[in-house]
Structure formats: C-alpha cells, structure tokens
Design a protein around this ligand. Structure first.
Ligand code: MN
Length: 401
C-alpha cells in the first residue's frame, strides 16, 4: 500500500486586528498595514509549499468580535486557499472563542474551511485518509481540558492530527487555558499535534519533551515581551502503512513514520530588548548602531524593521553624552527606539565606599555576586529602587499569551 503523506502549514496566534496600542501613530499604522500583507504571505506560502492543509490553532483574531474588515480579510484569504484545493482547520482560542454571535458561528466561511465548534469533534478527511481532532474555546477560559483522551482512538491505518489551543501542563499543574496533558500528546498513533497559545513557539526549546507536538508561536511579535523572529511551521508527515491490513497479527510491526518540522519566519518586523555595556568608554551613536546591527544579524531579524528597547549599562568613564541627543541621532537610523541610560560614570563609583544604605547595598552586592551581568542587573535595579517604585515588569517580563 502507498505510504500516507501530508504537507501542512501550522500557524497560530495571528491575533488579527491587533492595534499595537503602546506605539506612536506612525509605527502603529505601519504594523497595522502589515497585517494584510502577512495574510497574503501565508496564502502564498501554502501554495508554494503545495500544502494539503493549513492548521490554525486558535487566537486567529485578537478580539471576540473583530471588525468586518478583519473578518473579510481572513475570509478572502481562505477563499484563495479554497480555489487551490487546500483545506483549512481552525480551533478557536481564548481571544476568539466560539460563541453564537462570534464570526466563527455567524460568517459564511468557504467550503474548504473546517471550524471546530463548542463540542470536541473529529473530521474524517477521507481523501487523505486523515482524521483531524479539534475543539474550540467557548469562553475566555477553559478550566477543564477540551480533550483529555482522543475518541475514537487514533488508528495506525491513517494519519491522525490534533489542532488545539491551550496550555501544555505538567502532572498536577492547573491552567485556565485548556490544560493539555502529557497523556493526550503521547496518544499512540497521534502523528502531529498543532498547538496554539504559547507565543514563543516551543520546539526550539531543548527541554520540550514532545516529538510529535509543537507550538507554532505567534506569526509576529506584539511587544517587547515577544522578541525575535516569529513565524509558522511547515510540517511534513509520512506514514508507511505497508504492513497494515495483513490478515495475521504482525508481532514486531514497527511504527514507520516520519515527521519534519521547519520554521518559516513571517513578519519582517520584530521586537528586540537589549542591554549594551561599556567599560570605561563613552557610548556613541556609531558604536551603538554597529552593535545593534550585529545583534539583529545574530537573531536572524531584519535590522531595518526592528523595534528596539535599548538599555545602556556599565561604566562610561569620565563623561557621558546627552541621552536626548544620542536618542535623536539613533532614532533617525532606527524604525523605533526606546532608550534608557543605566550606565554609571567613573565618579559615581565613589558610592561604593559611601557610608550610607546605598553604599552598603553596593558593597554587599559586589561581595555576593561573581557574575558581572547579574551584578549589573542587581545594581541597576537596586539603585533605581532607592529613587522610587520599581518597574519590575520591564526586567522580568513574562510573555503574555
Ligand atoms: Mn494568543
């Protein structure tokens, strides 16, 4: 029998209709206008890679009730896929739950689009001998797992896909966002679980324990807690069923199947949050730009499209440039910049020997920490705390899914 084969594009957390509220009008407009281009790119990608299906694992829209323009843009993208014979599977998430008056229920989607609804369901894709398991969020939260066991149980005679939005949890861990357990992701004969919710896109994470499940991550950053390249996954599945269907039980039937995932960056725009340090030299616009260019190259993002948050740290020697002037000349060369100066001057070192709480704090930190980066962070946080309330979020931002 012919091996079963499937090519997919897995995307999630598109957050269509996101408005980039914290940014100035110019950048906000550019990023908003980038959205139709991204949709276009996603469609072209499905066509170029000759995909059989596009899986959208939730948070396709930013809002429960997105604007008509946003809904229409998605619909026309899906229509283009329909013309090419590419199926689309959607499992709505916590940002775009399936409600009776949500666009999922109210819009007439093209015939190629399978939008999973409130009850868990399985789509029998006969032409491809593939079963697709899915389910939708029906509110902001799903405290109980939408799927805890795949029913009917996946068969080795077909390809089995799961498309789901939610939080992969460890034993005993709770989550308000559809806890997805190990037992589900390790279901026998499940060939791929296309997940959404975690914007980072796990799989790149060396500690990620699942071979046959991945988060695609968001397709573009939404802020400084979502830095670096963002994109979608190209998934190819091959399952050799040549031993399937023998009239006798095969004692050592190997699971002969392969799964290949490759990351494809989508948005040109990305957010980067960096700290630059000097030891006795003054920061200049030229030296900062040079460093930023090399950081962008290292992170694999386009320099001209980076939104930067830059912190100056370390010791600038005897004098420092006016930060306002520095920021002005950098801004002319960058798409967007937030600059803060946390560097010290050599003269400020005197504080170490100061007979004060500040001095004692610095001496203790200096003694306790060998790691210079950690020391710098502790000192900049600590000294700022002496000035007033701390904005800890800026330092320890947790990604907000
Ligand atoms: Mn999301």
């Amino acid at each position: 029998m012919q091996p079963l084969e499937l090519r997919l594009i897995h995307a999630a957390d598109l957050h269509l209709g996101y408005t980039f509220g914290g940014l100035p009008a110019r950048q906000r407009k550019i990023l908003q206008n980038d959205e139709p281009r991204l949709l276009e790119r996603l469609v072209s990608l499905c066509l170029e890679r000759d995909a059989d299906a596009l899986l959208l694992a939730g948070d396709v829209f930013e809002h429960e009730r997105p604007g008509d323009d946003t809904v229409n843009a998605l619909r026309s993208a899906l229509q283009r896929l329909e013309k090419a014979g590419i199926l689309v599977f959607i499992s709505p998430g916590n940002h775009d739950p399936y409600w009776p008056d949500s666009p999922w229920a109210e819009t007439r989607w093209p015939d190629n689009t399978v939008c999973f609804g409130p009850s868990r369901s399985v789509f029998d894709w006969k032409a491809k001998r593939t079963m697709v398991y899915g389910a939708a969020f029906t509110g902001k939260f799903e405290k109980v797992s939408l799927w805890d066991e795949l029913v009917p149980a996946p068969s080795e005679r077909q390809i089995n896909l799961l498309c789901l939005h939610g939080d992969v949890v460890t034993e005993g861990q709770v989550s308000l966002y559809n806890p997805i357990r190990k037992s589900l992701l390790s279901t026998p004969h499940l060939d791929y679980a296309a997940l959404g919710h975690i914007h980072k896109g796990l799989k790149a994470d060396p500690a990620w324990p699942y071979e046959r499940a991945a988060y695609a991550g968001s397709w573009r950053g939404r802020g400084f807690d979502e830095t670096g390249p963002k994109g979608v996954l190209e998934v190819s599945i091959r399952k050799d069923s040549s031993t399937v269907g023998l009239p006798f039980a095969h004692p050592y039937r190997p699971e002969n199947r392969t799964l290949n995932l490759s990351f494809i960056p989508m948005s040109d725009y990305s957010f980067l949050d960096v700290s630059l340090s000097r030891k006795g030299d003054m920061f200049t616009a030229e030296s900062i730009l040079k460093e930023l260019r090399s950081i962008a190259a290292d992170r694999g993002v386009s320099f001209d499209h980076v939104l930067w948050r830059v912190r100056l740290a370390g010791d600038q020697g005897e004098r420092r440039p006016a930060v306002g002037q520095l920021a002005a000349s950098l801004e002319a060369a960058l798409f967007y910049l937030e600059l803060t100066d946390r560097s010290t001057l050599r003269g400020e070192k005197i504080v170490l020997s100061e007979h004060s709480l500040r001095g004692a704090f610095l001496r203790e930190s200096d003694r306790a920490m060998d790691d210079s980066t950690l020391f710098e962070l502790a000192v900049s946080l600590g000294l700022e705390a002496f000035e007033g309330p701390l904005d800890l979020e800026r330092f320890f931002a947790e990604p907000q899914p």
